[in-house]
Design a protein around this ligand. Structure first.
Ligand code: CAA
Length: 391
C-alpha cells in the first residue's frame, strides 16, 4: 500500500521502480529462506551475485564506476526492502555500500576509484569497514591498531579489528589505524584500503550473535600487513574524519534497516490480528490490540519520515550529521518496540519459531548498537545542537 510518507516525499518514478523491484525480489528469493538462514547461520554468497545482477550492490554508485547510477534515497529504499525480508541481508548490503564503497568514491583519487570501486559495485568483491576494536567501540578514536610507515612511503598495519561485518567474505577493507606517534585519540588515525587477500590479513574469531545470523561478523587480524603508498585513502592523520562522515551516511541506512524490520513485524501482526479470533471476533477488533497496531504504524511512519528526510538532505549535499543520528536513534527504538509488540499480538505464537516475530525482535536490537549506540547518537545530536563538548 502507498504510504503517506512516500507521497509526502514525492518519490520519483525511478525510486518507486527500485522499491517495487527490490520488494518483489526479496519476497521471492529472500523471505522464503530467511528462517533457514537464521537457524543455520547461513551467509548465502550466491545471493549477492544475484543482487549485483539487479544493480543492487552499487545502487547509488555512478554507472562509470560499474554502479546502477541511482540516488541515495533509492539505495535507502533498497536497504529498507531487503531488511523487511531479512535484516542480515540488509546489513550486508548496507555496510558493503555505505561503509566500504561510498568512502572510496568520496575520498579516493581517480586511480583509487577506478581500481577499487567497480569490483565492489559489480558485486565481484564484498566490502567491509574495519574501525572498531575490542577496546574501542563507542570511543572509536582510542584504537590501538598501528600503521607504521616504512622508508618508501608504504605502511605495515598490525592490530585486531572486532565486529567486522562481512569480514569473512570481503575482498576489500576500509581500514583505520594509528599512524602518528605520541597520539592516543582521533587525531593520529589514518585510513587505508586493504585487499582481502593481503598477506598477513586473516579472520580471527567468528562472532555468534543474538540475531542477524545470515550476516557475517568476525574479528580481523592484521599481522604486519603491507599497504602501498597508493592505498592511503585521503590525507594522512585525517582518517578519523573519513570514519565520522562515512558513519553520518551509514546511520541513515541503519535507520532504513530498522524501518524494514519494524514494517515486517507490523505486517505480520496486522495480518494475524485480522485472522485470529477470540471472544467471537478478530483480535484486531478488540481495542487492546487495535490501539497497539495504531501506535505501531504511527511510530513506523514517523521513523520513515525522519529517515527519508535525512536521505534527502544528504542527496542535496546538506549537512546531515544530526538528521542521520536522529533517524537512527528514533528508528532503532521503533524497531525494538514494534517487534516486541508484534510478539505480544501473536501471543504464544510470537514466542515460537513457527512465526518470524521472534527473529524480527532479535534482529532489531542490534540497530540500537552498531554504527554508534543510541547513547552515541544522543551525544552527536547534543554536541551539534548545543555547541558543547558533551562527553
Ligand atoms: N564529520 C566530520 N568530521 C567529524 C565528525 C563528522 N560527523 N565528527 C567528528 N569529526 C571530526 C572532528 O571535527 C574532529 O576533527 P579535528 O581533530 O580536526 O578537530 C575529529 O573528528 C575528532 O572528533 P571528536 O573530538 O568529536 O571525536 P571523539 O573522540 O569525541 O568521538 C564520537 C566522537 C562521536 C563519540 C565518535 O567516536 C563515534 O562516532 N563513536 C561511535 C563509533 C561508531 O559509530 N562505530 C561504528 C562502527 S562501524 C559499524 O558498526 C558497521 C557495522 O558493522 C554495521
Amino acid at each position: 500500500m502507498e504510504t503517506a510518507t512516500a507521497r509526502q516525499f514525492d518519490l520519483t518514478d525511478d525510486q518507486r521502480e527500485v522499491r517495487a523491484m527490490v520488494r518483489d525480489f526479496a519476497a521471492q528469493r529472500i523471505a522464503p529462506n530467511a528462517a533457514e538462514w537464521d537457524r543455520g547461520h547461513v551467509f548465502d554468497r550466491s545471493l549477492y551475485a544475484e543482487l549485483a545482477d539487479l544493480g543492487l550492490m552499487g545502487v547509488c554508485v555512478p554507472a562509470e564506476y560499474g554502479g546502477a547510477g541511482m540516488d541515495f534515497l533509492s539505495y535507502v529504499l533498497a536497504v529498507e526492502e531487503l531488511s523487511r525480508a531479512d535484516a542480515g541481508v540488509g546489513v550486508t548490503m548496507a555496510v558493503h555500500t555505505s561503509a566500504s564503497t561510498l568512502p572510496i568514491l568520496h575520498w579516493g583519487t581517480d586511480e583509487q576509484k577506478a581500481e577499487w570501486v567497480p569490483p565492489l559495485a559489480r558485486g565481484e568483491r564484498i566490502g567491509a569497514f574495519a574501525l572498531t576494536e575490542s577496546g574501542s567501540g563507542s570511543d572509536a578514536g582510542a584504537m590501538r591498531a598501528r600503521a607504521i610507515e616504512q622508508g618508501d612511503g608504504s605502511f605495515r598495519i598490525t592490530g585486531t579489528k572486532q565486529w567486522i561485518t562481512n569480514g569473512g567474505h570481503a575482498g576489500s577493507f576500509v581500514t583505520f589505524a594509528r599512524t602518528e606517534d605520541g597520539t592516543d585519540d582521533a587525531r593520529g588515525v589514518s585510513c587505508f584500503l586493504v585487499r582481502g587477500d593481503a598477506p598477513g590479513l586473516s579472520v580471527g574469531r567468528v562472532e555468534e550473535k543474538l540475531g542477524l545470523n545470515s550476516s557475517n561478523t568476525v574479528d580481523m587480524v592484521y599481522d604486519d600487513v603491507a599497504v602501498a603508498p597508493a592505498d592511503l585513502l585521503g590525507e594522512r592523520a585525517k582518517g578519523f574524519r573519513i570514519a565520522m562522515q562515512t558513519l553520518d551516511g551509514g546511520r541513515i541506512t541503519i535507520a532504513a534497516q530498522a524501518l524494514g524490520i519494524a514494517q515486517a513485524a507490523f505486517d505480520l501482526a496486522a495480518s494475524y490480528a485480522t485472522e485470529r479470533t477470540t471472544f467471537g471476533k478478530p483480535i484486531g477488533a478488540h481495542q487492546g490490540i487495535a490501539f497497539k497496531l495504531s501506535e505501531m504504524s504511527t511510530e513506523i511512519e514517523a521513523a520513515r519520515a525522519l529517515t527519508y528526510r535525512a536521505a534527502a538532505r544528504k542527496m542535496a549535499g546538506e549537512a546531515h550529521t544530526v538528521e542521520g543520528a536522529q533517524a537512527k536513534l528514533f528508528a532503532s527504538g521503533v524497531a525494538r518496540r514494534v517487534t516486541g509488540e508484534a510478539i505480544q499480538v501473536l501471543g504464544g505464537y510470537g514466542y515460537s519459531k513457527e512465526f518470524p516475530a521472534e527473529r524480527y525482535y532479535r534482529d532489531a536490537k542490534i540497530t540500537e548498537i552498531y554504527e554508534g549506540t543510541s547513547e552515541i547518537q544522543k551525544l552527536v545530536i547534543a554536541r551539534k545542537l548545543l555547541g558543547l563538548d558533551v562527553r
